[in-house]
Design a protein around this ligand. Structure first.
Ligand code: ATP
Ligand code: MG
Length: 469
């Protein structure tokens, strides 16, 4: 690998230009040279019983109408592993208009590259036409008078389609005609070796679409596959390119990364490759200056809990995880503001605003997520008010459950009072009479402080009074 310093930026541009030329020449030439391997039904383990009935209907119907039809991508990869695929993607040589004519329950989506969605109640089977090799189309040339996309080199053959895919194990085609698996890129061998290998030159492919680095992490963790050494090497080198991706796309990807049941491993791996700091810069900043294992502990516990819930078939919410990722950043900022004389409540509000404003630049959190996060944060101090009518009001707050879980998470990791957390657990289980008893303020003569005045001092970084008062 050539290392180039910033002084040679002009040279880098020239180098990239030539790489691009070489790459495009290769992408178009390669299909011709490719040795296709066809694995007959007896040579693989995919059975039609594992395939969704609706996907089968789509495949058979296309075939009956004289088109070729294959399952491709994640579903083939997962079926080979004996896993249930998340969804079934079909590719065909029929163009979108032809697909529409075959299925009544079909909608075309997308502008430049049109896809067909075939609807069966809640299940949608995505049907795509084989993609062509060329990248730089002039959009105008592809439209007819009515503005419909014409069949040209946006669409292509299966031999071209294969080179547009990311990893070799995602580029296996299950042919409905003879139930074989068609393999142009030695994907089957990589599958057997549990290896994620990019098709073509890894650096070029990551440069083309840096999100592939996140996909590499997601698949490695989910499938228990290792990254091919070349792929790994490039990832270390071009990790920074991820920052050029629009924040909306990074938000979508972060949901896939953290809500699929392997959040903890994903977090560790993203940090290892320097990708986490691009998704969550303020969190990474806190982690790199962490004190006595905090906030790492809180994050790890939050991710673990989320994975366990998914394993138990329970739901998980994105805002809870984002609230956990950003909590320490909010606290650090708020403490600093308080030390400069700002009123505590305002300090926390301002800190939350700043942290959220920074975060949305990396991952565009939608408003409903940021609102929910703020609510969870704002409710934290209220858990210490345990006397009078406040507990009965807090418990009816629509965001109580999440805020309580968040308080427990903090208490379990040393950032809040575990006794308070236990009190709330008991309060929730108690009947009305018991609840009334629990919230009766102790007599002054007993010398017990009320919850309102209580101030918990946690770990060095978490003794923010705002979190506890
Ligand atoms: P999952 O199980 O998460 O659905 P998947 O592999 O099916 O995994 P999708 O995002 O559904 O992932 O994409 C379907 C297929 O499209 C992939 O298997 C791959 O062949 C191709 N693909 C998707 N995104 C990219 C990308 N960024 N670059 C290249 N090919 C891609
Ligand atoms: Mg998929």
């Amino acid at each position: 690998m050539i290392t180039i310093n910033k002084k040679h930026i002009g040279f880098t541009a020239i180098l990239n230009f030539f790489k691009k030329i070489i790459h495009s020449a290769r992408t178009e030439a390669e299909p011709v040279k490719t040795q296709v391997k066809v694995y007959a039904r007896s040579e693989h383990n995919i059975s039609r019983a594992q395939i969704s009935e609706n996907a089968l209907k789509v495949l058979y119907k296309l075939q009956k109408e004289g088109y070729s039809a294959y399952l491709v991508g994640g579903c083939v990869r997962d079926l080979l592993l004996g896993r249930e695929p998340k969804d079934f993607d079909v590719v065909t040589d029929a163009d979108p208009e032809q697909i529409r004519k075959v299925f009544r329950n079909c909608r075309l989506i997308g502008r430049r590259f049109r896809l067909a969605h075939v609807h069966f109640g809640r299940e949608v089977i995505e049907v795509a036409t084989f993609r062509g090799a060329a990248e730089d189309q002039n959009d105008k040339q592809m439209l007819n008078k009515e503005g419909r996309l014409l069949r040209d080199n946006v669409y292509g053959t299966i031999e071209e389609d294969v080179w547009r895919r990311d990893f070799t194990v995602n580029a296996l085609y299950y042919n409905i005609k003879d139930f074989s698996v068609v393999d142009y890129v030695s994907g089957m061998a990589d599958h057997q070796a549990a290896t994620l290998r990019l098709i073509g030159d890894p650096e070029t492919r990551f440069r083309e679409d840096p999100v592939r680095m996140l996909r590499a992490v997601r698949f490695a963790v989910k499938l228990g596959f290792k990254l091919h050494p070349d792929c790994e090497k490039s990832m270390h080198e071009v990790a920074d390119l991820l920052s050029s991706i629009p924040s909306a796309r990074l938000y979508d990807e972060s949901l896939k990364l953290f809500l699929s049941g392997y959040a903890l491993q994903t977090f560790e791996m993203l940090r290892h490759y320097g990708l986490f700091q691009i998704l969550f810069p303020t969190t990474e900043n806190c982690l790199s200056t962490e004190d006595e294992g905090y906030p790492r502990l809180l994050l790890i516990k939050a991710l673990e809990n989320s994975d366990n819930r998914i394993a138990e078939g329970k739901t998980v919410t994105a805002y809870f995880l984002f609230a956990a990722f950003l909590w320490e950043s909010v606290q650090v900022r708020a403490i600093e503001k308080i030390s400069r004389g700002l009123v505590e409540f305002m300090a926390y509000q301002d800190a939350a605003n700043e942290v959220i404003a920074k975060q949305v630049k990396s991952t565009a959190l939608p408003r409903h997520i940021t609102l929910a996060m703020r609510e969870v944060w704002n409710l934290q101090p209220k858990f210490n008010a345990r006397y009078g009518s406040k507990p009965s009001r807090l418990i009816t707050h629509p965001r109580f459950r999440a805020a309580y879980d968040f308080y427990v998470l903090r208490a379990e990791t040393g950032g809040a009072d575990i006794e308070v957390a236990k009190w709330w657990a008991k309060y929730q289980d108690a009947n009305e009479t018991e609840q009334r008893k629990m919230t009766q303020p102790p007599r002054k003569s007993a010398g017990v402080k009320t919850g309102r005045k209580r101030t918990y001092r946690g770990k060095a970084k978490t003794k923010a009074p705002g979190a506890e008062v």
